[in-house]
Structure formats: structure tokens, C-alpha cells
Design a protein. Structure first.
Length: 287
């Protein structure tokens, strides 16, 4: 029996019983839940949430309408105070220009994505590459007059061909494609079976702990390996476990050493908060 097969029952149980409603408010997905789409999400949620609150507030009740009618000479002021890690105000201005022009050309971002899809149902990498390049190759001379795109803007659109995990792009696809909560299922032309796991530090560490990967570096290949092993459990929707696994570790319930017992309530072989302290398992869970 493979490691993935041994995990089938505890992972399915975790997926079914996880308290999504409580954890959604601690996840970046709470921002697009207000609307129909979103883009910027990296780093700790508690750190970037304040910046996003400010940006979304200035964009008004409909960010989609704000982007569709974006005029940098009039609207760039909305981002003057934005400053988060790699990104500066001009990066958001460039994003709005690129998104505006792509929406005008294709009608929706889904159609933009599908324009780069071979339509064979194959690996998502090449299609995601062309989607990211559509934003990188947009006419951004109003923002970058010398043709040199900023590091911050490039950071928003990593290329799968460079071998990185492209976590934000995979997270965006999970939100748009998966049909069940907490995701939206707005893109109906892409199969959830093609998605790859968004790999952040929480998914990386808990996946290594429970045997979904043996790789030491957070890369595209790690995302493929974890997804491939989860596809043994659910080939139609392998990334459905992402939210629950990520928040199980983010909450501090399950850490990432492998030399411990299997937690009965979780079913996962990790250092679990349920095992801490003394007394019976039931007593510990009652605390």
C-alpha cells in the first residue's frame, strides 16, 4: 500500500469534517469572496490583509468595474499609499492596465486563459505559462516607459518554465476552477483534475511530514509530486485537500515532525496538538 493510499481515509475525513467557515476569515480567499475575483496574495495573511483592505476600499464596490474603466492618469492615485514587500504603487497600476486590456480583448480572464490552452486536457503548465506571459507582455509603456518591467510586477506573474512553485497562480486557479466551497467554480471550462497544489510553507512541511513528498526544495516538481500522490486518492479533484491541510498546520494543530504517533482525531502522523499534555486522548481533545 502506498503512502497516499494509507492517507486516503484520514485525508477524506479531514476534508469532510473541516470547519471551513471558521478558517475562511483567516485566509486570503476572504477578499475575493466579497466579489468575483482577486489577484494579490503572498506572505502572511495578517500582514498583507491591511494593505489589501486599503486598495479594495479605494477601488469601490466593484473592483471589476474599476479595472474595466481604469485610466492611470485619473485612477493611479488610488494606489499611492500601497507598499508591500516587493510591490509598489506602479505595480498595481500596471496590473490594472494589463487586466483592463486583456478583458477588453477576450471578454473574461477565463477566455484569456483558454486562448493559450491546447484543449487536450493535458498538463496545466504550458497553459499557465501563456496566461502569465499575457500579463507580462502587455503594453505597459505608460508605467514602464523604458520597457523595463519592475521586479515587483514580474513577481506577480511567475513563469512555470523557470521551475518555481508558482503558488499564487495555482491558488488563483483553485479558487476559479474548483466547484465546491470554499472555492468559487466560476471557470467551468477547466477540469479540477488538471490543477496542481499551491505550495506554501505550510503545505510543503505537512506534505513532507505525511509522506506526500520527499523533496527538500519548494519547486514546480514538488507541486507535481504532491498532486500526483493526492490524485491516487481523488483523481478528479486532487487539490481539494489544500485548504484543510494548509490551515491544519497554520492553526498550530499539526506540526511537522514524523517521529510521533498517529493522531486518532486527525488520522495524520504529525506532532499534533491533540497529543500534548497528559491523560487520555479523549481528555486531551476535551481541553
Amino acid at each position: 500500500m502506498t503512502a497516499a493510499q494509507r492517507l486516503r481515509q484520514p485525508l477524506e475525513r479531514l476534508y469532510r469534517e473541516f470547519d471551513y467557515g471558521t478558517r475562511v476569515e483567516l485566509d486570503a480567499i476572504r477578499f475575493p469572496l466579497r466579489y468575483a475575483a482577486a489577484r494579490l496574495a503572498y506572505g502572511r495573511v495578517d500582514l498583507f490583509s491591511g494593505e489589501l483592505e486599503g486598495v479594495l476600499g479605494r477601488m469601490g464596490p466593484s473592483p471589476a468595474a474599476f479595472v474595466a474603466g481604469f485610466d492611470p492618469r485619473r485612477d493611479a492615485v488610488a494606489f499611492d499609499d500601497f507598499w508591500y514587500r516587493f510591490n509598489r504603487p506602479r505595480d498595481l497600476v500596471a496590473f490594472c492596465i494589463a487586466a483592463r486590456d486583456l478583458l477588453a480583448r477576450f471578454g473574461t480572464l477565463e477566455k484569456c486563459f483558454l486562448a493559450g490552452d491546447a484543449g487536450t486536457g493535458g498538463p496545466i503548465g504550458p497553459t499557465l505559462e501563456r496566461f502569465a506571459r499575457a500579463f507580462l507582455e502587455a503594453d505597459l509603456r505608460e508605467v514602464f516607459p523604458r520597457g523595463r518591467i519592475s521586479r515587483g510586477y514580474r513577481h506577480l506573474f511567475p513563469l512555470p518554465s523557470l521551475g518555481g512553485p508558482c503558488k499564487r497562480l495555482h491558488l488563483f486557479l483553485r479558487w476559479m476552477v474548483r466547484r465546491e466551497p470554499p472555492d468559487f467554480g466560476l471557470w467551468t471550462s477547466v477540469s479540477p483534475s488538471r490543477l496542481l497544489m499551491p505550495i506554501d510553507t505550510h503545505i510543503e512541511n505537512i506534505s513532507r511530514s505525511i509522506g506526500l513528498t520527499s523533496r527538500r526544495s519548494r519547486t514546480w516538481r514538488m507541486a507535481e509530486e504532491i498532486t500526483r500522490r493526492l490524485a491516487v486518492i481523488d483523481p478528479a479533484d486532487p487539490v481539494k485537500f489544500d485548504f484543510a491541510l494548509c490551515h491544519k498546520r497554520m492553526s498550530g494543530d499539526c506540526l511537522d515532525r514524523r517521529d510521533t504517533q498517529v493522531c486518532g482525531p486527525c488520522g495524520l502522523k504529525t506532532v499534533c496538538r491533540h497529543w500534548r499534555g497528559r491523560g487520555s486522548t479523549e481528555a486531551r481533545h476535551a481541553r
